[in-house]
Design a protein around this ligand. Structure first.
Ligand code: PEP
Length: 254
């Protein structure tokens, strides 16, 4: 079983231009250097990958992409392949972010992307999470089970070292409504159970990140919840001081 450190990941979404990205990436690199026991990753938009890569030179911060297409190349106008992401310096990619699912990417297509990314040598953060109406209809566990099962359908036990999960309740993303630590813990424990059911003890290795309106003020209590081994941060990752505050909370407040 792995003892991966806590992972703090920043999803920049469709935000920032090059000068801002350069400045923010350097701030993140410094924060990560100041808290070297914590893993840090950022996910800029495609056009900012080169800028961020240059700004992160010599840093431990992993460069990631927000999405990928499952094909290696071909007639897929507007898409980006895992080969291209590797070439651009990415080490990791988000698969199944709820904003991609909402744009029409199916559970099975998320699974194909996970497979392609792992095959290309990228690490993967597979995002799952229920909408508010699914939660209210008490479908949270069935939604999580389905999204997880399809997302990891083609993942072999030997690939588990390259994968993390992110539980991101859709109702908490960008809304300022954070899940309570108890709600997060229940979902994380459920996901861990599903992983162990499929992979046995090896299913305990992947970190499960919580995502949804994480801020410096709530990061520590969320990270203290059962099975929460990292955070995926949207809005608060766009501000250097806020993201540093979250990294600091993850590092135990030093
Ligand atoms: C996200 O984009 O994955 C996210 C969790 O966003 P926010 O932190 O803004 O809710």
């Amino acid at each position: 079983m792995s003892h991966r450190p806590i992972l703090v990941a920043g999803n920049w979404k469709m935000q920032l231009v090059a000068a801002e990205a350069r400045h923010l990436a350097k701030e993140v690199a410094q924060a990560a250097a100041d808290h070297s026991g914590t893993d840090v990753a950022i996910f800029p938009s495609f056009t900012l990958l080169h800028t961020a890569r240059t700004a992160l030179e010599g840093s431990s911060v992993a460069l990631g992409a927000q999405a990928c297409h499952p094909a290696e190349n071909g007639a897929h106008t507007g898409e980006i392949s895992t080969t291209m992401l590797r070439d651009a310096g990415c080490r990791v990619v988000l698969c199944g972010h709820s904003e991609r699912r909402a744009a029409g990417v199916s559970d099975a297509e998320v699974g194909a992307r996970v497979h392609a990314a792992l095959h290309a040598g990228l690490r993967v953060i597979l995002c799952v999470g229920e909408t508010l109406s699914e939660r209210e209809a008490e479908e949270t566990e069935s939604v999580l089970a389905r999204q997880l099962a399809e997302g990891i359908a083609a993942v072999a036990e030997s690939e588990l070292e390259s994968i993390e999960l992110a539980y991101e309740p859709v109702w908490a993303i960008g809304t300022g409504k954070t899940a309570t630590p108890d709600i997060a813990a229940a979902a994380h424990v459920f996901l861990r159970g599903q992983m162990v059911e499929k992979f046995g003890d090896a299913g305990r290795g992947p970190r499960i990140l919580y995502g949804g309106s994480v801020k410096p003020g709530n990061a520590a209590e969320l990270l203290a919840a059962d099975e929460v081994r990292g955070v995926l941060v949207g809005g608060a990752s766009l501000d250097g001081a806020s993201f540093r505050g979250i990294i600091q909370a993850a590092a135990g407040g030093n």
